[in-house]
Write a new protein. Structure first.
Length: 229
């Protein structure tokens, strides 16, 4: 049996669950029409390859005026009008691969740098029971909007203490994240039956709301070793 491991397939699986859909940023296949509709709704979107990893090819576009947009890639920023965006969307790479455009989650920050949460969920061989085995926070380097290039790896508790989020019940948040992570693992596990480990990237807002940015079926454990150090 052939499986698709792209972000789009995993998003569709999660979206079909009536509980998980409320934790997903709106995501659609990139096209001119879909892009303009989503950026008008949200003012900021992220474009990413469905089959990408480690943040490769991820771009953020923000509407900053009536005909003014900021394109943010790595540390590079460029301001242009609608015509400039149209030219950007017409680049050849977007015609060769499947790209997605996703509602940008306004991530909470630590010292003005956005951070997100990596949640590891695992199950043993021949077991049907998933367990949350680890959580940590990844803080983006100065000038970056994604955390794949992290300047700090923190415990979730330390990140929340240092963050722009105020008046949050950490224990309640931990429980909700665990419940949603387990539900996600069971849903994805029904399709990817050979997978025994899933890494979820979860974005937190200043209000304490959280969203599943994406799910990884081959997550690295290396960052957890950095946390122990």
């Amino acid at each position: 049996m052939s499986y698709s491991y792209g972000k789009w397939t995993k998003y569709q699986i999660m979206k079909d669950n009536p509980i998980l859909v409320g934790y997903l940023p709106k995501t659609v296949i990139l096209s001119r029409g879909n892009f303009w509709e989503l950026i008008e709704e949200n003012e900021a979107v992220v474009i990413k390859p469905s089959g990408g990893s480690q943040g490769y090819g991820v771009v953020q576009i923000t509407k900053i005026g009536e005909d003014s947009y900021e394109i943010h890639s790595d540390r590079n920023k460029m301001i242009c009008g609608k015509n400039g965006i149209e030219e950007f969307l017409d680049k050849e790479k977007y015609g060769r691969k499947l790209y997605l455009v996703q509602q940008k989650i306004p991530l909470a920050t630590i010292e003005q740098c956005p951070f997100d949460i990596r949640v590891m969920v695992e199950k043993e061989v021949d077991s049907i029971e998933w367990k949350v085995t680890g959580k940590l926070a990844k803080v983006a380097k100065n000038g970056y909007f994604i955390t794949n290039i992290a300047k700090a790896i923190l415990t979730l508790e330390q990140a929340l203490e240092d963050s722009s989020i105020k008046d949050i019940d950490i224990q309640l948040l931990n429980t909700e994240i665990d419940n949603i992570a387990l539900l996600t693992a069971y849903e994805l596990g029904e399709y990817y039956q050979s997978s025994r480990i899933i890494g979820l990237d979860i974005g937190l807002t200043n209000n304490g709301d959280f969203y599943i940015i994406e799910a990884n079926l081959k997550p690295s454990r290396g960052m957890f070793k950095k946390l122990k150090q």
